[in-house]
Design a protein around this ligand. Sequence first.
Ligand SMILES: [Zn+2]
Length: 94
Amino acid sequence: MTRRVFRYVPFTIEQDASAEPEYEIRCVSGDETECGARSGTYSHPAPVEEWQRRHTQETRHRRYHRHFRDYAVMRPTAGSSEPGEPARAGGGAG
Ligand SMILES: [Zn+2]
């Protein structure tokens, strides 16, 4: 996890553990027009990679554009706890 701390802004930027990240891949193989086939969006990279392997096996396409999106939260560094925000343990659901 990447964590950046700024000198004069009392926040750290953290990945929001309460929201699932999004993985998706699009096939961009093709000479004049790209294939454009999409894996669909998943919260884990594994099914995306499985789709990619299967697509390559079926079509011999080898070039893909990968998307990864997640949510980031600004966390104040002054106080260690925020009122009203439930504590979340970073466990893996699913
Ligand atoms: Zn393709």
